[in-house]
Design a protein around this ligand. Structure first.
Ligand SMILES: [Zn+2]
Length: 367
């Protein structure tokens, strides 16, 4: 059918509004004679997302401010405020700088932060990571300060020893330098309890020692506070090269060896699935996958295995720094890629995202 006869056919149909039946007949004849696009009706998708609102309906989960957790590096030097060169727009701060920094962010809708302690004072690190649960240390002091100053802010605490141990590993070591799992789990669960007792809403062990979720859950139950503390497991935390800027910020680089014997190998999808199954069985309330964009299949697996749990993903320092570097090099627009990478993480199955872009998203998502 030529274009002019198609136009006259449509004009004819618009005149012909006598009855439903005649209209139906007209559609039938039009389908048979004038639709030139090959394929069946299911090939026609554009109408479903031509409008911006309809496009937003295509996402199972849309990014909201309440999905975001913002990482904070808390120094033991109260007046410190130091820019971290490898982590764009991020700083390490002491207690005296926290409230003024967070006040505008909370006003813009910041709902949650995750705290990482950074002990800088000389001689504070030892083989047992004693400073991790120092009642006057940066994390416990920050929990109390933030609970008091920002009663609506949800406080997550990373739980690990690597920032506090002289060797920089995530537990207590045997003579041969390997992790002593039993001693490490005992110590890590004590640290988690200290944070929970100080008022953390959520404890999130990132150490990857076997059995630490069960140990923490049991201690929370025994002490009668398990009903008010969320246990978020870094269940699938992969080793790799994306943590560099974080280690600059937190001063947590191992002094020898690496973490490959306890963090997961990048190809270990089955191992990640087993760790996710295990940690759900041990009492985790939320499962985290880290890093995020390189491990979208693992996020998807976590959502499938833990379909009744919220899944969190940590867009780690290296991912964040790469996006900034790409934008600076003119490869893409920063904001567009920040959204695209985060939407990919949500699409894979996460509904919680730990992100250094949080302050930007608070602006970008507006009111
Ligand atoms: Zn660690």
């Amino acid at each position: 059918m030529s274009f002019s006869s198609l136009v006259s056919d449509i004009a004819y149909r618009e005149r012909d509004d006598a009855s439903r039946i005649s209209r139906a007949k007209s559609y039938t004849s039009t389908a048979a004679t004038s639709v030139s696009i090959s394929g069946d009706i299911s090939s026609q998708l554009h109408g479903g997302y031509s409008h911006p609102l309809a496009r937003s309906w295509q996402a199972e989960r849309q990014l909201t401010k309440s999905m975001l957790i913002y990482p904070l590096f808390i120094s033991d030097q109260p007046d410190e405020e130091v820019v971290i060169p490898s982590l764009p727009n991020q700083s390490r701060r002491g207690l005296n700088k926290l409230v003024s920094f967070l006040t505008p962010l909370v006003a813009k809708g910041l709902r949650s932060v995750i705290l990482f302690g950074v002990p800088i004072a000389p001689g504070v690190k030892d083989a047992l990571g004693t400073a991790a649960d120092d009642p006057k240390g940066p994390v416990i002091s920050a929990i109390k300060l933030l609970r008091r100053e920002f009663p609506q802010l949800y406080i997550v605490t990373d739980v690990c020893l690597c920032e506090y141990t002289s060797h920089g590993h995530c537990g207590i070591l045997n003579q041969d330098g390997s992790l002593n799992n039993t001693l490490s789990v005992d110590r890590i669960s004590d640290v988690a309890m200290a944070y929970a007792d100080a008022g953390a809403h959520c404890v999130a062990p990132s150490d990857m020692n076997d059995g630490r979720i069960r140990a923490i859950k049991l201690k929370l139950i025994e002490s009668g506070i398990s009903h008010q503390v969320l246990l978020m497991s870094y269940a699938a935390k992969f080793s790799g090269c994306l943590y560099g800027p974080f280690r600059d910020a937190a001063g947590s680089c191992p002094s020898f060896g690496d973490r490959r014997c306890y963090q997961l190998p990048p190809g270990g999808r089955g191992l990640a699935r087993r760790a996710i199954h295990r940690d759900i069985g041990e009492g985790a309330d939320v499962i985290m996958v880290k890093p995020a964009s390189q491990y979208l299949d693992i996020i998807s697996d976590a959502k499938e295995i833990g379909r009744d749990l919220p899944i969190a993903a940590y867009q780690v320092s290296g991912e964040f720094a790469m996006i900034h570097a790409g934008a600076k090099a003119g490869v893409f627009d920063l904001k567009t890629m920040a959204f695209e990478s985060t939407e990919g993480i949500l699409r894979a199955g996460a509904s919680i995202v730990v992100s250094y872009f949080t302050p930007d998203f608070l602006d970008w998502l507006g009111n």
